[in-house]
Design a protein around this ligand. Structure first.
Ligand SMILES: [Cu+2]
Length: 150
């Protein structure tokens, strides 16, 4: 009984930064934020095709736009999401879910380290607004493929 309750609390704590925005889904879904003209997001490192070792440092590049933490409304900004071995969700009008494969950087981080299984993986960045909803049109990077060495 007790371990079950503890696990539940940890799960709730992990979702806490994202949950308030998701609760507002119906209100925000209709009005997606336009990005500044020419805004561009890209992965600085690793380079596509690179063979890398764990932990993998992933650095996020952004041009023509600023980074702001989730929950902070400021024109011309967003926060990063790293898509690991997945495509962006089909419905970009909804807040991005937080999963193992869609990692939010809601504090405004511009790099991270990930530990991946040996072999090929894809990485892609997708920016979203203060409510975790991607801009319209979406600001997303090229999807890169890397190989993680044994
Ligand atoms: Cu987010």
């Amino acid at each position: 009984m007790r371990p079950y309750i503890v696990a539940g609390l940890l799960f709730a704590a992990a979702l806490a930064p994202v949950a308030p925005a998701i609760a507002q889904t119906p209100a925000v879904a209709a009005q997606r934020t336009p990005p500044p003209h020419g805004a561009e997001v890209y992965i600085i490192s690793p380079k596509s095709g690179a063979t890398v070792h764990n932990p993998v440092l992933v650095q996020f590049g952004l041009k023509g736009m600023g980074v702001a933490p989730a929950g902070v409304k400021f024109d011309g900004t967003g926060h990063h999401h790293l898509l690991i071995d997945t495509d962006a969700p089909a419905d970009l009008a909804a807040p991005l879910p937080a999963t193992d494969k869609i990692v939010h950087f809601g504090k405004g981080q511009t790099e991270t380290t990930v530990t991946l299984t040996p072999g090929k993986h894809t990485l892609q960045l997708l920016l979203a607004d203060q409510n975790h909803v991607p801009h319209q049109p979406p600001v997303t990077s090229k999807k890169i493929t890397i190989t993680v060495a044994q």
